[in-house]
Design a binder for this molecule. Structure first.
Ligand SMILES: [Zn+2]
Length: 121
């Protein structure tokens, strides 16, 4: 990987981090709104069907939020690896991850062989 590749991947990661942080901010605002709406519905507290639906919806929101937070963390970690010069090396075996794979997935932590090994476990 040359300096131009690294600069390109770094700006892709920075753009992705900004996008995810915005998305996370939106999701957090949304779930805060949902909580205040739910607490205002005291009259319906005994209505089991509605309660079940509300809980289900909230769980979906939480998993999406967790998912975005996880992505955001892996992008932030990739940027930290660029800073300390370890970016592009597989976290498991230490071999370089091909630039083509990083281009498609700049936050990749594992080479293809290790990724496949991890998924097959
Ligand atoms: Zn590897």
């Amino acid at each position: 990987m040359d300096a131009a590749d690294l600069a390109r991947l770094k700006s892709a990661l920075e753009a992705e981090r900004d996008r995810l942080q915005h998305e996370l901010g939106d999701l957090e605002r949304e779930s805060a709104t949902n909580i205040s709406e739910t607490s205002g519905e005291n009259n319906y507290r005994d209505h089991m069907a509605d309660q079940g639906t509300a809980t289900f919806g909230k769980e979906l929101d939480m998993s999406l939020e967790d998912n975005v937070r996880e992505l955001c963390e892996s992008v932030t970690k990739a940027l930290a690896r660029i800073e300390d010069g370890t970016y592009g090396a597989c976290l498991r075996c230490g071999k370089s991850i091909p630039v083509g794979r990083l281009g498609a997935m700049p936050a990749a932590e594992l080479c293809i062989a290790c990724k496949e090994w991890e998924e097959s476990r």
